[in-house]
Design a protein around this ligand. Structure first.
Ligand code: ADP
Ligand code: MG
Length: 377
């Protein structure tokens, strides 16, 4: 009796153990299948960073790693640049420098050092049109919701102007240290850090032998290979019409960078006039008038495209073209292309196109129709 009673119990136990094992096995099987299935899916991830929108696209089968892991790595690289160079973050080099006493050395990360040195190079090359110490003027012309409350008075303007100028930022190569020579000087990497962040994310992906990807931060874009992997189609990116909420042109790219600087995304209206968030350091005034937007394509550097686009918006089409033509041999690499869009008569758009030849020189500017730019569709 105990045996018979024990037996069915044992049988019962054995049965439920078997059933449990079967269920667990099935669950594990589906979990594993789903997990790897999800892991292998292409990723198109949008997120907010650096006060703007960013995007990382990784198709499936582009590396030995799953797209979701690669996207995590790219996002982390972008967030790291934000952490180091944001004007606000607790751990930001830029904030630490801007909060330090004038005359106090501030050690910065190698990343921030790289970007600051490149920003200073653009400042030198552009004769001061590009200036990473624009901060005090940007503060003065701070606008919310597209409206500037009051035009700053002359005293405030003069005061802010006196705090701007890249020569007020000194540096020491050994130790990667920066110093504010003047109280109130503010470092602002807003015109170059987004491009750098894109480059860092792309470098991370290239190190993992990724064959296809797109990274974008606030309209600055760089791609690897073709969309959908080798044998796929080129990536397509739209250039916005600076005056209408519409796509003006679609560009195809595989492996290059593109950056656009313009007055359509961030601007304010005052006395019926439209002002940009880009300031001419030589006058201390936010830009208004001629340039509507500048798009720069660069084969290998989104940071260069970003800085150059801002520089050309400040210089405007004529001085901009002259600046590009006047650069020494080999400064720009073959494949760099510039499109300057600006308003002609009666609000019509004009497009000036320039590209770099094999010797590293820019072609003379060509006025090109806006219609038919890029690829159809
Ligand atoms: P976007 O943010 O539209 O891509 P930019 O790359 O041109 O535009 O960066 C604009 C930002 O650059 C401004 O918000 C400001 O922080 C900074 N800036 C403004 N004027 C200048 C200038 N003359 N030189 C360098 N940086 C500037
Ligand atoms: Mg820029």
């Amino acid at each position: 009796m105990p045996e018979s009673s024990a037996f069915p119990r044992r049988a019962g136990n054995g049965g439920s153990v078997f059933l449990l094992a079967l269920l667990a096995g099935l669950a594990a099987y589906f979990l594993v299948v789903r997990w790897f299935g999800a892991d292998d899916d292409p990723v198109d991830r949008g997120f907010q960073v650096m006060n703007t929108h960013a995007r990382v696209v990784v198709p499936e089968g582009t590396s030995e790693f799953p797209p979701s892991k690669l996207a995590d790595m790219a996002v982390a690289a972008i967030r790291e640049v934000d952490r180091l160079m944001s004007p606000f973050g607790e751990e930001s080099d830029v904030r630490r420098l801007n909060a330090a006493e004038a005359g106090e050395w501030v050690e910065v990360s190698p990343e921030t050092w790289t970007v600051v040195m490149d920003a200073l190079r653009w400042h030198r090359l552009s004769g001061g049109a590009f200036d990473p110490t624009i901060g005090p003027l940007k503060r003065l012309f701070r606008f919310d919701g597209g409206e500037l409350r009051a035009w700053p008075d002359e005293t405030a303007l003069a005061e802010a102007r006196s705090k701007v100028g890249a020569q007020k930022l000194r540096f020491e190569r050994e130790g990667m240290r920066l110093i504010r020579e003047r109280p109130g000087m503010l470092l602002d990497l807003g015109a170059i850090a987004k491009g750098y962040a894109v480059d860092r994310a792309i470098e991370v992906l290239l190190r993992e032998n990724v064959a296809s990807a797109l990274v974008e931060v606030g309209g600055e874009i760089r791609t690897i290979g073709m969309k959908g992997g080798p044998g796929g189609r080129p990536w397509r990116t739209g250039v916005r019409d600076p005056r209408k909420d519409d796509v003006l042109a679609v560009m195809e790219m595989s492996g290059g960078a593109v950056a656009t600087s313009g007055d359509y995304e961030s601007f304010f209206l005052f006395d019926g006039k439209r002002y940009q968030h880009i300031i001419d350091p030589r006058t201390g005034m936010p830009l208004t008038g001629a340039a509507a937007s500048v798009t720069v394509r660069h084969p290998t550097s989104c940071m260069a495209a970003d800085a150059l686009a801002t520089t050309l918006v400040v210089l405007g089409p004529d001085a901009g073209a002259e600046f590009l033509r006047g650069q020494a041999l080999g400064l720009f690499s073959e494949g760099v292309e510039v499109d300057m869009l600006f308003l002609g008569e009666g609000d019509s758009l004009k497009r000036i196109f320039m590209s770099v030849d094999r010797e590293g020189n820019f072609s003379s500017p060509k006025e090109t129709p806006v219609e038919g730019w890029g690829v159809a569709g």
